[in-house]
Design a protein around this ligand. Structure first.
Ligand code: NAD
Ligand code: TDX
Length: 331
C-alpha cells in the first residue's frame, strides 16, 4: 500500500507514521506537511529513513495532485488544531482546514484515491456536565469555535464529495488525545512542562470543564481499523470512555510529579469555552472490533510525563514563544 499522510510532522500524524512504519512493513509512507509552527521533522526522526518527506501546503493543488495520484490511500491529519489560536486569528484555520480539505478532495476525486478524513468531537458542540447523552454519529453538528467550525465545514465537504461524486471516503471524529510529541501549547504538555520549569499550572475558568481523554496510539489504531475495514461513506467516533475534568487532570499531574495537588492557579477563561465532550464509540468498537489498549488514564499520563521529562530537547525550543503568546492573552 502506498500511503500519503498529511500533517505527519504534527502530534497525532507523527505518532501515526511511527506506528505504521514499526507495525506495517508492507506500507510505503509519504508525508506531506507544511512545517508550520506546530510541525517538527524531529518528531519523525526515529523513522526518517523509512519515510519520504515532502514539505508543502495541502491547499496548494500543484503540490497535492501528483502526491495523491501516486498514492493508494490518503489519511488527512493536517490542520490548524489549537482553539486558542483560532480565537486570535481564524484565517489560517479557514485556509488550511477548509480550503486544504477541498484541495485534497478534488485530487482524490480526479484520481480515485481512497481518502480518510481525521476530525474531532468538537464538531458536535458541548454537553452539560450532568447530561447522560454522549456524542454519536447522528448527533447534529453545533461547533462553537473558529477551529471547530472549520473542522465541521471540512467534514461536510467530505460528506458531499462522497455522496455527489462517489469519492471513497470515511471520516473519524475523535476525542482529546494525549501522549508523546504533543505541542506544548496544548493542556497536558503545557502543564507538565510548566511544572518541570517550576511554574504553577494554569487552569482556565473554574477548571470544571470535562474532556474525554484517549491515548494517541489508541486513536491511531482505530484509524487503521477504519482504513482497512470501515464502510465507505461512514462516520466513526473514536473515544475511550476517558472523561476527566480539567481540575482533576492538573491535580493528577502535580501529584505524579511530586508537587502538592493544589499548587496551580486559576486564570481567565477561554471565550466560548466548551463545557464537556463525551464520545459513544460503540459503532467503532462493535463494527470494527477495535478496543483501546490504554485502560488507565493515570498510567498513560504517568508515561506521558516521563516522556516530556526525558525529551526536553524536543519541546524546549518552542516553550518560551508559546508562553509569551499565552502571556499576551492573560492566560
Ligand atoms: P498538530 O497541530 O500537532 O499538527 C498539525 C500538523 O499539520 C503540523 O505538522 C503542521 O505543520 C501541519 N499543517 C498545518 N497546516 C498545514 C498545511 N496548510 N499544509 C500542510 N501541513 C499543514 O495537530 P494534531 O493535534 O496532531 O491534530 C491532527 C489532526 O487530528 C487534526 O486534523 C485535528 O483536527 C485532529 N484531532 C486532534 C485531536 C487532539 O486532541 N489533538 C483530537 C481529535 C482530532
Ligand atoms: O493552559 C490551559 N489551561 C486549561 O485549563 C490550556 C492550554 C487548556 N486548558 C483547558 C481548555 C480545555 O478545556 O484544558 C482543556 C483542553 O485544552 P486544549 O489542550 O487546548 O484542547 P481542546 O480545546 O479541548 O481541543 C483539543 O481536543 C480536540 C485539541 O486541541 C483539538 O485539536 C481537538 O480537536
Amino acid at each position: 500500500m502506498r500511503l500519503l499522510v498529511t500533517g505527519g510532522a504534527g502530534f497525532i500524524g507523527a505518532n501515526f507514521v511511527q506506528q505504521t512504519v514499526r507495525e506495517r512493513p508492507d506500507v510505503t509512507v509519504t508525508v506531506l506537511d507544511a512545517l508550520t509552527y506546530a510541525g517538527d521533522e524531529a518528531s519523525l526522526a526515529p523513522v526518517a529513513d523509512a519515510v519520504t518527506f515532502v514539505r508543502g501546503d495541502v491547499a496548494d493543488a500543484d503540490v497535492v495532485d501528483p502526491l495523491v495520484r501516486d498514492a493508494d490511500v490518503v489519511v488527512h491529519f493536517a490542520a490548524e488544531s489549537h482553539n486558542d489560536n483560532s480565537l486570535s486569528d481564524p484565517w489560517p484555520f479557514v485556509r488550511t482546514n477548509v480550503v486544504g480539505t477541498y484541495t485534497l478532495l478534488e485530487a482524490v476525486r480526479r484520481h480515485g484515491t481512497r481518502y480518510h478524513h481525521i476530525s474531532t468531537d468538537e464538531v458536535y458542540g458541548d454537553l452539560e456536565l450532568d447530561d447522560p447523552a454522549k456524542f454519536t454519529p447522528t448527533t447534529p453538528y453545533n461547533p462553537s469555535s473558529p477551529y471547530s467550525s472549520t473542522k465541521a465545514s471540512s467534514d461536510l465537504l467530505v460528506r458531499a464529495w462522497a455522496r455527489s461524486f462517489g469519492v471513497a471516503a470515511t471520516i473519524s471524529n475523535c476525542s482529546n488525545n494525549y501522549g508523546p510529541y504533543q505541542h506544548v501549547e496544548k493542556f497536558i504538555p503545557r502543564q507538565v512542562t510548566n511544572v518541570i520549569d517550576g511554574v504553577r499550572p494554569k487552569l482556565y475558568g473554574s477548571g470544571a470543564n470535562v474532556r474525554d481523554w484517549i491515548h494517541v496510539e489508541d486513536h491511531n489504531a482505530a484509524v487503521w481499523a477504519i482504513v482497512e475495514r470501515g464502510r465507505i461513506g461512514e462516520t466513526y467516533l473514536i473515544g475511550a470512555d476517558g472523561e476527566v475534568d480539567n481540575r482533576t487532570v492538573v491535580e493528577t499531574v502535580l501529584e505524579l510529579m511530586g508537587r502538592p495537588r493544589d499548587a496551580y492557579d486559576l486564570v481567565a477563561d477561554r471565550p466560548g469555552h466548551d463545557l464537556r465532550y463525551a464520545i459513544d464509540a460503540s459503532r467503532t468498537r462493535e463494527e470494527l472490533g477495535w478496543t483501546p489498549r490504554y485502560r488507565s488514564f493515570r498510567e498513560g499520563l504517568a508515561a506521558t510525563i516521563a516522556w516530556y521529562q526525558e525529551n526536553e530537547a524536543w519541546w524546549r525550543p518552542r516553550k518560551a514563544a508559546t508562553e509569551a503568546r499565552y502571556a499576551q492573552l492573560g492566560r
